[in-house]
Design a protein around this ligand. Structure first.
Ligand code: ZN
Length: 125
């Protein structure tokens, strides 16, 4: 099977990203196609250093879609993924106590709508 270039649809692929030589080395073309390498950077990136701590713990239990959303938000904000007071099991009281003590402010709600929604539900119950 001969692959043809993703960009010009004419030439045989002989460069990374499924591109031909001409397209790969034409300014701006390479950037339109993501790397297909398993070693390439993906997602929001990672780091090996001290990240700023997340300002608030989350009441979402590990493994839930809501917790994954919180982790995604923290990664995007370049914050540490784990907060020491994050819930460790469903209905863990520790993050709720921390959130109540913090007296959530409006700007925190705006920055983290999903976490806020969960926090408010959890505090109300
Ligand atoms: Zn091409």
């Amino acid at each position: 099977m001969i692959l043809i270039c993703k960009h010009c649809q004419k030439c045989k692929v002989n460069r990374p990203r499924g591109l031909c030589w001409s397209c790969y080395y034409t300014d701006g073309v390479k950037d339109q196609y993501p790397s297909t390498s398993k070693y390439a950077r993906r997602g929001v990136g990672n780091g090996n250093g001290a990240a700023a701590a997340a300002p608030l713990p989350t009441a979402h239990a590990p493994g839930t879609p809501e917790k994954l959303g919180v982790l995604e938000m923290r990664a995007r904000n370049r914050q540490a993924l784990w907060h020491p007071l994050d819930a460790r099991y469903p209905n863990d009281p520790r993050p709720l106590a921390a959130l109540a003590a913090h007296e959530l402010q409006d700007e925190v709600y705006d920055a983290a709508p999903r976490e806020f929604a969960g926090a408010r539900l959890a505090v109300a119950s």
